[in-house]
Design a protein around this ligand. Sequence first.
Ligand SMILES: Nc1nc2c(ncn2[C@@H]2O[C@H](COP(=O)(O)OP(=O)(O)OP(=O)(O)O)[C@@H](O)[C@H]2O)c(=O)[nH]1
Ligand SMILES: [Mg+2]
Length: 705
Amino acid sequence: MTPSAPDALRNIALVGHQGSGKTALAEAMLHASGMIGRPGSVPDGTTTSDHHQAEQDRSMSIFASLLHADWNGTKVNILDTPGYPDFSSEVIASMTVADTALYVMDARSGVEVGTETAWTYGEQMETPSLFVVNHLDQSSAHFRSLVDEIEDRFGAGATVVQMPAGEGSRTVIDVLRMQQLYFPEGETEPEVQPIDDAFQDEAQERHQTLVEDIAAQDEALMETYFEQGQLTEDQMRDGLHDAMLERELFPIFVTSATEGVGVWRLLHFIDRVCPSPTDRPVETERGDRLAPDPDDDPVAFVYRTMEQEHVGEYSFVRVYNGTLESGQDLENATTGATERIGQMYVLNGEDRNTVPRLTAGDLGALVKLDDTNTNDTLRAPDSDVVLPPIQFPAPRYRMAVEATQSGKEDKLARGLHQITAEDPSLSFEHDALLNQLILSGQGEMHLQIAQSRLKRRAGVEVEFVKPRISYRETIQHRARASYRHKKQSGGAGEFADIALLVEPLEGDFVAPDDVEVRGEETIETDWDATVHFVDAIKGGVIDMNKFFSSIQKGVLNVMEEGPVAEFPVGDVRVVIYDGGMHPVDSNEAAFKRAAYECFRQAFDEADPALLEPIHTVRVTTPDEYTGDVISDLNARRGRIQGIDAQGPLQRIRAEVPEAELHQYAMALRSLTQGRGLHQTRFSHYEQMPRNVQEDVVNEAVADAA
Ligand SMILES: Nc1nc2c(ncn2[C@@H]2O[C@H](COP(=O)(O)OP(=O)(O)OP(=O)(O)O)[C@@H](O)[C@H]2O)c(=O)[nH]1
Ligand SMILES: [Mg+2]
């Protein structure tokens, strides 16, 4: 295919609920445009788009595929996205580089949560959109009520361009051109027929509505319409084009993807009406608008990075300006690195064709560049254009990951770096305190896929275990203790005497009568605890210049693995108020030791307790599930902080112990039929109920044994 001018390009994203028929529709588009012979099928695992083994095993899309069709000289880039909620980052990335979103729906189930989620992305990105009511062969009877439902959820801008003609038929009526289209089995092009009498009235009425909807968007068109009582086909097309760009109108189409019904007409519409890259200049970080011009300096944006089996890694790009050519030196605006563009491809799933150049507006893949990742802008060396990064969803689901074989830790770390660099909605961290590698993603399936990718890419088998909870130990009131460390056998002895006062760190130090503050030091520990050390040594009974830091070390040693169950100790104040030295035998080791023992004793006297991490959880759910979500949060020892209505949704804010949030994403999904979403963030530590504390301590003691 020769490079296309920007206005001869269409970038469309197929989005929507799982199983609505996006992949089947993409396959049908490739077939209708002559890119492939016989269309493959999802159940057989033979579609162009679902080419990964993991997708074929599950008969579902997991990764967004890039496909393209040549339609009368227009290059239609098709981004087929997965509907399963764990893979929303693929949808977000694809929609970022698409100029039109096609919301594919199953006529039998109508508007579903996947449709709604993708719709919110489209609203944020202001993507021109249309609806495709699919599975027409299985249910055309619901079309009319479905149109009402679409208008209900997405506004009156939804307007019918195509309607079914009869139950389960191969015929659709195009109410823009007022034609009946019959799609013979095995053929891609329809036969144009006069509209059946049975559908004349409805077709007329819908045509009228469409004309009025279009005219209402534009004053000049409105005038023409009043003068002539009609709009020409060209006027309707242009009007629709503009109204789609403004997100005023959202055309509704019908298809049966597996039967090839309606697909030809949909492609025709995409070519003739849908926006091209020329219509949609991109906004740069600086707020300028950049329109595609193949002769300008090149600017490209990496919207995803993905490894292709047997091939290596690809950077998927949209060229926003100029022309990308193999051998060209470009600057990575994020890293500052100079990158030489290597092989470039246009793709149809797994099939690739090398191209010498990619022009402004086009989508393609580059052999991954060394210093370039998702969200990076590539530009001419003297340019200052930066494109805004994609905001990927924050992780909702975390698990500790362990290599099943020992000695594979390095491989595991490398593998985790690789897969998280490719998928920005996946992240990992090594929690030094818990001594666990934590992998966070969007859900159970997301992590399962990560597991198989780690095996394939890094050759390391892993298993997931429940992440440990980072409890803290604390004390509940002030207490004192003293300790004398003395070892005098033979030669040099050891001697240190010390008296400590400990208390929870709340507010300023209120010294008791017998204590006088001489100096102080505040230390932040590796586990984010604050320790306020107070030197209240009178008359130099301990040489604090010499021994303050040894005393601190002794205390911090205890705090790192607390006396209750070896959890780190949280914020405390430690006052050194008395003690004694020996002129010869006192040394640093002796004071460290004495402080260690003394602190343990004082801690025990101060009524120690466990603190647990509390998270702020924000749940967004359709109102009908509010009651269930709240009682579930209560059952998780959660405290509801507030409930706000947001349109048809409710936002619930609650404080919930981290220990009760394990796999909450999955629980919420099943509570709300997949329509609830949540975010959680660490808020603070809090004392836990006695019975829960006992369980935790018993478990920790058993683990340590
Ligand atoms: N009868 C009929 N079956 C269809 C139609 N469209 C898709 N299917 C079937 O419905 C199932 C789901 O279709 P897919 O194309 O995989 O749906 P999808 O939207 O890509 O699903 P995800 O990628 O998992 O989100 C498959 O078995 C398809 O063969 C249709 O119009 N009619
Ligand atoms: Mg699919």
